[in-house]
Design a binder for this molecule. Structure first.
Ligand code: GLC
Length: 427
């Protein structure tokens, strides 16, 4: 087990930011592929993408106030447009907007003490040497005009390696590189993965990598086998799902993982998508990730002008309110060793268990899996009040369960998740 991921597993909660030219079309970041938009037809959007409202400082504050400890920003998505200054292309915000958005992002987030991650798409629908016809996703995948199109994949690899070198060289310390993604034969050594990872680690010795240089969202890659290799990355990246049992390798050992989750249904801004998850669900799912030794990275998709949708801002504020009171039950916490209780979840660190109560009860709240004699103190994070163990003729019938006496009201102080902190004697 490497120590690189220690801070990451302590942090537990991050912000994903999907943003680029596609945001101005407002139908998600896959719009070019889904609607088979050619480079030529995409070009007017590239030229008119002049996001006046993009304010990295505002985003950084939003993340910080929501209790997020790290962020990952799309330096380049599948459309190939670069939000940074690159010597390898003029297909960039530097060229078209005279702004290096990656730089703005990094400076702003660093200032707020948030760890820096960059998303870089291995896939590139703009580069002439990336597979076109017959590829699984390319906008020209079934355009007969590209059937005999000649391309030199090694030129694409030189470009991709060169850009990753720039990202790892020009902005100081980068904490996470989130490459996306491998599929079919395009994985690991097809990307010249060993060489790439050696280069990345020589420039950024502490950087952590996701598993997608080898894996798609569909597979986990070798990180979960007994023999991970240099391209396997440091953490697994389940997408839009929380793995039922967390993630263990073949030897049964814990593997760091991060569930990437959208707030509505899309990563990139999608105007018609108002299907936002209620903040209560997001809190429950964050707690679920932590209770299974995992992280959650929650996405925002600013619009083409750079504005974050109001719905997303409101959700982040609600999350922040809860995190401010209950953050200690998330940061640095993990699996408790006790299976999921019926009234919520448990997160744990050192000699402390946090019982997350999602369901109100008719009386005292059962805290499963612990003995009264082990307990030093029980507190309610909501108001920091000490809580008594309920010992009445009713609870005495259940000697194996500790009951927390929250008082006569059946209403939980926080109806979304009331956290009861149990500290044990000794370690
Ligand atoms: C997928 C998608 C992509 C998104 C990513 C986030 O692989 O291709 O659009 O950026 O997942 O996890």
């Amino acid at each position: 087990m490497n120590t690189r991921t220690e801070w990451f597993e302590e942090a537990r909660f991050g912000m994903f930011i999907h943003w680029g030219v596609y945001s101005s079309i407002a139908r998600g970041e896959w719009v070019r592929s889904i609607e088979r938009i050619s480079n030529a037809d995409y070009q007017p959007y590239v030229e008119s993408f002049q996001p006046k409202a993009f304010d990295a400082c505002k985003l950084a504050k939003l993340a910080k106030n929501a209790g997020m400890k790290y962020a990952v920003f799309t330096a380049k998505h599948h459309d190939g447009y670069c939000l940074f200054d690159s010597n390898y292309t003029s297909y960039s915000s530097m060229h078209y907007c005279q702004r290096d958005f990656v730089k703005e992002y990094i400076e702003a987030f660093r200032k707020e003490g948030i760890r820096i991650g960059l998303y870089y798409s291995l896939i590139d629908w703009h580069h002439p040497d990336f597979p076109h016809y017959g590829d699984r996703n390319h906008p020209e995948r079934d355009n007969e005009a590209y059937k005999d199109y000649q391309y030199t994949f090694s030129d694409y690899l030189a470009y991709m390696h060169g850009q990753i070198r720039e990202l790892c060289s020009n902005y100081g310390k980068i904490d996470i590189l989130w490459t996306d993604y491998s599929y079919d034969d395009l994985k690991a050594e097809a990307w010249h993965g060993t060489e790439l990872v050696r280069m990345i680690r020589s420039l950024q010795s502490d950087i952590i990598l996701n598993n997608r240089l080898e894996a798609s969202g569909e597979g986990f890659g070798s990180l979960i086998t007994s023999h991970p290799n240099i391209t396997s990355g440091d953490f697994v990246s389940p997408e839009q799902i929380i793995p039922p049992e967390g993630i263990l390798n073949e030897k049964g050992e814990h593997v760091p993982w991060e569930a990437c989750i959208t707030m509505n249904r899309n990563w990139g801004y999608f105007k018609e998508d108002h299907d936002y998850k209620p903040y209560s669900l997001i809190i429950h799912k964050l707690v679920e990730c932590v209770s299974k030794n995992g992280n959650m990275i929650l996405n925002i998709g600013p619009d083409g002008d750079g504005n974050v949708p109001e719905e997303a801002i409101a959700i982040l504020k609600d999350i922040g309110r809860w995190m401010k009171i209950n953050g200690e039950s998330v940061y640095g916490c993990g699996y408790s060793g006790i299976s999921k209780p019926e009234n919520g979840r448990i997160t744990a660190k050192k000699n402390t268990y946090y019982y997350h109560i999602f369901e109100p009860d008719v009386g005292a709240i059962p805290l499963y899996g612990i003995q009264k004699e082990q307990i030093d103190e029980i507190r309610l994070l909501y108001n920091d009040k000490i809580i008594d163990v309920s010992e009445t003729w009713i609870t005495k019938n259940y000697p194996d369960v500790v009951f927390a006496d929250l008082g006569p009201s059946p209403v939980l102080p926080d109806p979304v998740d009331t956290v009861i902190k149990v500290t044990f004697k000794g370690d």
